[in-house]
Write a protein that binds this ligand. Structure first.
Ligand SMILES: Nc1ncnc2c1ncn2[C@@H]1O[C@H](COP(=O)(O)OP(=O)(O)OP(=O)(O)O)[C@@H](O)[C@H]1O
Ligand SMILES: [Mg+2]
Length: 259
């Protein structure tokens, strides 16, 4: 059995890929799973730095982590070959894991495309704004009826084709909203309508996602997640309990093997 691969991707920056990737990693570790993580956004290195912070606390469970950097070779063909080799080497080194979690950058790179082609599950977090939606779909006209898949949706489509050629299972693509505010407004309603319509058209499942919560920001320095707080017997606030439930809901929604 090869490891089950979960990729966090979205060509838009700052939507919560690294944050959610870390939380899913820690959740799987507490479920007793062997987890490997790969940061292909190694230059920015958010996931790598989060895990470095985490390492200072020996009581916290850790994945085996690999950072894969972009090649500095000016020759495009050689650079891609080098990146492919480094990526496949990292995958190989993690081949005894139950799960491999891959965090990708918020832009289109060769490494990111390669990682997407390995995804059993692809999670795309997006903020509730039409600016973020633009990476999935181009909405033209005020009536929101005229839509066409954007470059990112097309890239995912191409990787799905690549997997079909390699006779691999289709990617289970899940889009989740992140940093949801509690205010109800027309923007949210409009986005909900577009996402629902889109999910059928471009083939993703729409998960519930995460509300805007300070806890997701403030734990970065300690490398902890709210699941670690719970284990350390820290009194959880109502907001923490709700956040933990959101994470649980996402894990259940993913239908992961062995869970
Ligand atoms: N649910 C949330 N509530 C509050 N803040 C959040 C939430 N999710 C993420 N953030 C914050 O949003 C910012 C961007 O998150 P993150 O770095 O995870 O995004 P990203 O998609 O990985 O970004 P990039 O594309 O640059 O890699 C960070 O400051 C993070 O702490
Ligand atoms: Mg990131």
């Amino acid at each position: 059995m090869r490891p089950y691969v979960i990729v966090f991707g979205n060509e838009k920056g700052g939507t919560g890929k690294s944050t959610v990737a870390l939380h899913v990693t820690v959740c799987l570790l507490y479920e007793g799973m062997k987890v490997g993580t790969i940061d292909i956004d190694a230059r920015q290195g958010t996931l790598t730095r989060y895990l470095e912070q985490r390492q200072h606390n020996a009581s916290l469970p850790m994945p085996i982590h690999k950072a894969v950097f972009k090649s500095e070779n000016d020759n495009r063909v050689q650079a891609q070959q080098e990146e492919k080799n480094k990526f496949e080497e990292a995958m190989q080194q993690l081949s005894d894991r139950d799960f491999i979690i891959i965090d990708t950058p918020g832009n289109d790179t060769y490494l990111s495309q390669l990682a997407h082609s390995y995804a059993d599950t692809l999670i795309t977090p997006l903020n509730e704004s039409f600016v973020d939606m633009d990476v999935l779909v181009r909405v033209t006209g005020g009536d929101m009826r005229t839509m066409r898949p954007s470059v990112y949706a097309e890239m995912v489509w191409n990787q799905r084709k690549n997997r079909a050629i390699r006779r691999q299972k289709p990617i289970d693509w899940i889009v989740i909203r992140n940093r949801i505010t509690t205010l109800y407004n027309k923007n949210r309603k409009d986005i909900g309508v577009v996402l629902e319509a889109l999910s059928k058209r471009i083939g993703f499942r729409l998960g519930t996602g995460f509300c805007e919560r300070v806890i997701f920001k403030e734990l970065f320095v300690s490398g902890m997640t709210l699941l670690d707080l719970e284990r350390a017997n820290v009194q959880l606030s109502l907001s923490h309990v709700a956040a933990r439930q959101e994470l649980r809901d996402l894990i259940n929604f993913m239908h992961l093997p062995g869970m």
